[in-house]
Design a protein around this ligand. Structure first.
Ligand code: 13P
Ligand code: SF4
Length: 320
């Protein structure tokens, strides 16, 4: 494994390539990366680096976002099949239909209300092209707070994140009914048991988790916010309700602290019983190596779609 990591680093140097990895990827991928981050940090960093090639070890929409922001760079992703159940829960044609219907309602009511479409970054380029402003879990509250108070807001696709943002902003956004299959499966029963067995331990959760899990949490935030909290906090033990890949970086940053992952509900015949995103795990060292060597698969985004999507992502970067 060490050999392969060295070869990857060597290839990246020769090709003037920069490797990005999301916190949910395998530990060995994170060890190979130049930048590790949450979806906001990765998008921001991509616009700042000087490189010929950007390699995005994450999921498809992250590579797409990177290509939209950096159209002149070659963007590679180790596996084009690394999708996202949340992004898949919102098809562009369905969102277009909802927007059309909501516009019609506003017109019929003669309310003259502005309609604003806010989409989580976990969406396809086609959905971003229909969106006014993109958000991530890091900046959703900050951005929604800046929108006109009397506007009608459609928020999608994550229903759990949308409900959470409604609760902390006092808004009444119309929510899409999408969810992440990893975050929506954490077991409340297991979390309560862990809290009972570990009194006084801090509970940290990602806002993609369901409301009853968030209600039991001390800190709610993006992967980066949770990581930073574990570094800052004087607590020594934490219960973590998000994808377990983040535990690698938490443990690396705080070797003297203990992190206890919340297990998912076990539903017979449904997926695995771990809290890993199988899409993120599709990024392996072997695929990263061949992707850099062959400069394939390359992320290509339809120019017209990218042209429409870029303004919603740039608006997010301005408002963050
Ligand atoms: P972050 O915005 O925290 O990186 O989350 C992305 C994601 O896919 C969560 O499941
Ligand atoms: Fe998508 Fe969920 Fe995986 Fe995040 S953890 S990439 S939201 S499927």
């Amino acid at each position: 494994m060490e050999d392969l990591k060295q070869q990857i680093r060597q290839l990246a140097k020769e090709k003037n390539a920069v490797i990005f990895a999301h916190y949910y990827t395998r530990p060995e991928i994170q060890e190979c990366a130049d930048f590790i981050g949450d979806s906001l940090a990765l998008a921001q960093q991509a616009t700042r680096v000087q490189a010929d090639i950007l390699v995005m070890c994450g999921v498809h929409f992250m590579g797409e976002t990177m290509k939209i922001l950096c159209p002149d760079k070659k963007v590679l992703i180790p596996d084009t099949n690394a999708g996202c159940s949340l992004a898949d829960s919102c098809k562009a044609e369905d969102l277009a239909e909802l927007i059309k219907n909501e516009k019609l309602k506003i017109k019929n009511n003669d309310a003259g209300q502005e309609l604003i479409v806010v989409s989580y970054v976990n969406t396809s380029a086609e959905v971003k092209a229909l969106t006014d402003v993109v958000v991530t879990s890091s900046n959703a509250k900050k951005i929604v707070d800046q929108l006109p108070a009397d506007a009608k807001i459609i928020f999608g696709p994550d229903h759990n994140l949308g409900s959470y943002i409604n609760s902390v902003t006092g808004r009444n956004m119309l929510l899409w009914n999408g969810a992440c299959h990893v975050h929506s499966r954490f077991s409340l029963e297991a979390l309560l048991q862990l809290k009972f067995e570990n009194p006084g331990v801090e509970v940290l959760a990602h806002p993609e988790c369901k409301a009853p899990i968030l209600a039991q949490s001390d800190v709610i935030g993006s992967t980066k916010a949770l990581l930073e909290h574990t570094i800052r906090s004087s607590a020594k033990r934490f219960i973590i309700a998000t994808e377990s890949g983040i535990l690698f970086e938490m443990q690396r940053a705080c070797p003297d602290k203990e992190f206890i992952p919340v297990p998912p509900e076990v539903t017979e015949g449904v997926g695995c019983s771990c809290n890993e995103c199988e899409y993120m795990r599709m990024n392996t060292l072997e695929k990263l190596y061949t992707c850099l060597r062959d400069e394939q698969p390359e992320m290509i985004v339809d120019e017209q779609i990218a042209g429409k999507a870029v303004s919603s992502i740039e608006r997010m970067l301005e408002m963050s």
